[in-house]
Design a protein around this ligand. Structure first.
Ligand code: NAP
Length: 427
């Protein structure tokens, strides 16, 4: 891990926009552990940079604002609109209270892959920051190691993953958060700094190593014509061309680190959950003005926030973890989300309604779960059994039938990309 200078006693109030996301939650945890006054702001905390809701209140008294938000959709128009509108709202709110340092996380090579729609949106975000009156530092990072699964998914054609051999230098989210913290506590650069992982190799080779390590049978084919999220890659499109701060964790170390943290979980879930380690303190100021949530609820809430959705059951005995999320490449506007739902012995989910576009497949991994959907029968499903739920279904009964054994469910949602929340409790 990168060593991080601890915030001093005269520490400043730091607002982390997107403080419940992958990098945001880790950054909030580091700042909090260092004793800083830190506020995590996101829609889950009642702060929406796009609509402006709660923004003024969240920024009030803030000295440093770190923007770690991410567009809820990768669709070109939606992403551009998100970064444009949110950026303007955020910078205006900061100017009004005299924020002294605005830090934003962007992407190495963001201006070198013009066909990539999301990158164009990030360039627009950078330009707004550069044109504002607020002292700033833009941090451009290479791809997160946690994102390798998403790259593989987006480039999958049947059982083959087609990727160009352009160089990649991926960095672990833990290292990103540590560097973001360090930069935020330093003086504004009024410029761009770059961060990257410790090793550089062709994209196809890195993804092949990753898939092999996690036991994924897909074959990676080197294809110089293959696109990276719609963009053509040159050899050095995605790696720093000049000086860069480097993280410490290589791909293999990061995988080992993830396995150590959660040895009982499937690898695909393990590698995406390093942030859990940082969430041991129940008093973390996850959201401004909210009572600290119980740790189980925090985990669920963050897992859902990573999926870009805004719901977690407030139950103390049910934990929801995002296992996977991606836009479906050949069905524009649709996404697939997989959630792991762990039921403690005797746990009961509140009755709820699902998002109106969500078609759901539920598979019991272990234990036995009693379920009733819409007007269907009330039935006990055991490990290996499954059911499906029509869009907008009412799920009136969902409970672990055992008072002594846990149960676990995998729920796969196919839904409109912007449809959320996934689930709304019936009051
Ligand atoms: N993936 C990569 O490899 C990579 C590489 C370099 C840079 N980056 C950049 O790093 C940044 C952080 O990425 P990440 O993976 O940590 O993202 P993430 O896990 O998807 O988190 C995104 C955060 O943004 C918040 N958010 C979304 N819409 C919001 C809104 N309208 N108002 C306020 N908050 C909102 C979300 O919380 P709510 O849902 O509660 O609102 C969440 O906390 C992104 O800007 C991304 O472009 C990513």
């Amino acid at each position: 891990m990168i060593s991080v200078q601890r915030p001093t006693n005269e520490s400043k109030r730091i607002v982390v926009i997107g403080g419940t996301g992958l990098i945001g939650s880790k950054t909030v945890a580091i700042l909090h552990q260092g004793g800083a006054e830190v506020v995590a702001a996101s829609r889950k905390c009642g702060v929406n940079t796009f609509t402006g809701e709660g923004l003024k209140e969240a920024i009030a008294g803030g000295h440093v604002v770190i923007d770690l938000s991410h567009a809820p959709s990768l669709d070109a128009k939606a992403a551009l609109e998100f970064f444009d509108v949110s950026g303007k709202n955020l910078l205006a709110a900061e100017a009004a209270v005299g924020v002294q340092h605005h830090v934003a996380l962007s992407i190495v090579g963001v201006d070198r892959v013009p066909e990539q729609a999301y990158y164009r949106a990030k360039v627009a975000q950078e330009k707004l920051i550069e044109a504002s009156s607020i002292p700033y530092t833009i941090i451009r990072s290479t791809q997160f190691l946690e994102f390798l699964g998403g790259i593989a998914y987006a480039s999958t054609d049947g059982s083959v993953v087609r990727l160009p051999p352009g160089l990649l230098q991926p960095i672990a989210a833990d290292d990103v958060a540590a560097l973001v913290t360090e930069v935020a506590l330093a003086h504004p650069r009024n410029g761009i700094i770059e961060i990257a992982g410790p090793e550089r190799a062709p994209l196809n080779e890195i993804v092949a190593r990753y898939l092999k390590a996690v036991g994924d049978p897909r074959k990676v084919v080197k294809d110089p014509e293959a696109r990276y999220f719609g963009g053509r890659l040159e050899e050095e499109s995605l790696v720093p061309l000049g000086e860069a701060r480097l993280g410490h964790l290589t791909l293999e170390e990061w995988l080992r680190h993830s396995r150590k943290e959660a040895p009982e979980q499937p690898v695909a879930a393990r590698v995406d959950q390093g942030w859990k380690e940082d969430m041991k303190n129940e008093d973390q100021p996850l959201c401004r003005g909210r009572k600290p949530m119980k740790i189980r609820t925090i985990i669920a809430a963050i897992a859902f926030s990573m999926a870009g959705t805004v719901f977690a059951h407030e139950s103390e005995s049910e934990t929801v973890m995002k296992n996977f999320e991606a836009a479906i490449p050949n069905i524009p506007g649709k996404s697939l989300i997989a959630l792991e739902v762990d039921y403690a012995p005797g746990a009961v989910s509140p009755s709820h309604i699902h998002a109106k576009s969500a078609f759901i497949y539920a598979y019991v991994i272990s234990g036995a779960i009693e379920s009733k959907v819409d007007d269907g029968e009330t039935r006990i499903y055991r490990a290996g059994e499954s059911w499906s739920e029509a869009p907008g279904a009412t799920h009136s009964i969902s409970r672990n039938t055992s008072k002594t054994e846990p149960a676990k469910l995998l729920a796969i949602f196919v839904l409109d990309t912007n449809d959320n929340p996934l689930t709304t409790p019936i009051k």
